[in-house]
Design a protein around this ligand. Structure first.
Ligand code: F6P
Length: 527
């Protein structure tokens, strides 16, 4: 039976963590002048430098052994071939099928799903072409100028992040807005800036049962119907969901429902019709390029030997830090304003996937799993939390991400951005311990980081970057032997929200004194 923390390799890594405690990253470059060349990888438009990590050859060899002795290879083969990988929901996990650019079939219950995947893409193409070329008109005969995506979690974060990252490539007439929070300020702020005659709403919800999304959708429909009639809804509301019945009950015409499948997890769904806002913004061809970039990373993940496998290496470095060097968090710091939404996207991808404490057999784990993922753009972070990263007494691994070529725009700014990033990564590593008399000035250094560089911000390179992190999360989950594809932890809060809201109205008292006291305060302020 697979027992990770009792394995010989695990014990060896524990010993190595002790014996390498005083090793310094900068010394490793002295010992091996070829360290940068040997610990960096290029895949098409993506470059990973993982040489500034607390990682000796011996540690890396043991980590690779850990991967070899884990369910990784088997789980990877199962995922790509459509087996039931999400066992608690008895579902395959096939976001990779959505971007399968080969002619190979992908079977679910013996049926090739690729024909329906292609049909879904064709439907997306026809619709997005019509909206973009102006042949899709609103109820008063005007072209669409604004798209409002109403969704939350995986029905918001992925499309939102990609649209922001590729904003330079957006259609000149179309502005894409995202409404997610149930806080009425969010939807009101967006609607106040819009003309209902030229606005298209996309109700994006896999289940079509998420409270926030339904409330925002109904408020948007109410806003629309103040200046239009029910039969005009069809020209201004479409839905993306696996729940066609509920979408039609809301009033969406069947032909305006873009479906997808239960074998696509919410946080892995931007490659499906959930990516509709992306295709509207950058065009269908751009959306296909995004898929192609992810497909290239899929092929790399499947075919590259583990020691030259980008997602595997990033996953193993993370496991070394989390399980042997005590890291509680993982910082993601894009030195790229276009990627300012990436940390939020990666929070759901990583923490909703690997925030688990039992293994696939329901056994309580005796080792840590998913880290707390956080981050903000650089250079802003330098003026917010880098003090802790330089002089705090916590161990925080950092992923720096940047784009090398911004097409001749803002070259002075871009040069400053990239040099700041290099300086910070270097400072984390070398520190500054020259002050014997003024300890408060010293920076201990020896703080690791990865640097990921995109040649340029294109759909293809962005697709590869996102798939890289998807597979990194997958590899860690496979080695930790957890189910990275369910999210039972979010159900309790949803249920209690329903109970509390109905109890407040019915004045019953079934809760603890704190909750009850707060409910009473709310009752005083909400009529
Ligand atoms: O956070 C829980 C969750 O189910 C996510 O997994 C999902 O992306 C989000 O809520 C939204 O769900 P839906 O797309 O069904 O509205």
């Amino acid at each position: 039976m697979y027992n990770l923390s009792q394995s010989v390799t695990w014990k060896k890594l524990q010993q190595l963590a002790q014996s390498s405690a005083d090793d310094r990253i900068s010394d490793a470059f002295v010992k091996n002048p070829k360290r940068f060349e040997q610990m960096s990888l290029r895949l098409d438009g993506l470059f990973l430098d993982y040489s500034k990590n607390l990682l000796s050859e011996e540690v890396l060899t043991s980590l690779l052994e850990l991967a070899e002795h884990s369910p990784l290879r088997q789980r990877r083969a199962q995922m790509f071939s459509g087996d039931i990988v999400n066992i608690t929901e008895q579902r395959p996990v096939l976001h990779t099928a959505l971007r399968n650019r080969s002619n190979d079939p992908v079977k679910v219950d013996g049926e090739d799903v690729m024909p329906e995947v292609r049909a879904s893409l064709e439907k997306l193409k026809v619709f997005t072409d019509e909206v973009r070329d102006g042949s899709w008109l609103g109820h008063t005969g005007k072209k669409i100028t604004d798209v409002v995506n109403i969704g939350i979690g995986g029905s918001d974060l992925g499309p939102n992040m990609v649209c922001r990252a590729l904003l330079e490539q957006r259609h000149e007439r179309l502005r894409v807005h995202f409404v997610s929070n149930v806080d009425g300020l969010h939807v009101t702020k967006v609607l106040n800036s819009l003309n209902p005659e030229t606005t298209l709403f996309i109700i994006s919800t896999k289940t079509f049962s998420t409270q926030e999304t339904l409330l925002n959708a109904n408020s948007s429909k109410t806003w629309f119907l103040k200046q239009a009639s029910e039969q005009d809804v069809a020209k201004h509301f479409v839905a993306v969901s696996t729940n066609q019945e509920a979408a039609m009950a809301f009033g969406i015409k069947q032909e305006n429902i873009f479906g997808f499948w239960d074998w696509v997890g919410g946080r892995y769904s931007l490659w499906s019709s959930i990516g509709l806002p992306i295709a509207l913004s950058i065009g269908y061809e751009g959306f296909i390029e995004l898929l192609e970039g992810a497909y290239e990373m899929d092929q790399h993940f499947i075919n590259a030997p583990l020691e030259k496998n980008m997602p595997v290496l990033m996953a193993l470095i993370g496991i070394w830090y989390i399980n042997f060097l005590g890291a509680e968090t993982q910082a993601v710091i894009p030195y790229d304003q276009a990627l300012h939404q990436l940390p939020a996207f990666l929070q759901q991808l990583d923490m909703e996937s690997n925030g688990k404490s039992v293994d696939v057999d329901g056994r309580l784990l005796d080792y840590k799993t998913g880290p707390i993922v956080w981050g903000q753009t650089g250079s802003n972070g330098q003026h917010a939390f880098f003090q802790l990263l330089h002089q705090g007494n916590r161990f925080v691994p950092v992923d720096f991400i940047a784009t090398l070529n911004v097409g001749g725009n803002n070259t002075d700014h871009h040069f400053a951005l990239l040099t700041n990033m290099l300086a910070q990564a270097n400072a984390f590593m070398i520190g500054d311990q020259g002050n014997d008399t003024q300890a408060h000035v010293n920076c201990p250094g020896n703080r690791p980081s990865n640097v990921l560089l995109l040649d340029e911000m294109t759909p293809r390179n962005l697709g590869a970057l996102i798939a890289l992190y998807e597979h990194k999360v997958f590899v860690q989950g496979a080695i930790w032997n957890i189910n990275s594809f369910d999210q039972w932890g979010v159900q309790l809060g949803k249920r209690l929200a329903t109970e509390i809201s109905s109890d407040i109205k019915s004045k019953s008292a079934d809760f603890d004194p704190s909750t009850q006291g707060l409910m009473n305060l709310i009752k005083e302020h909400i009529s």
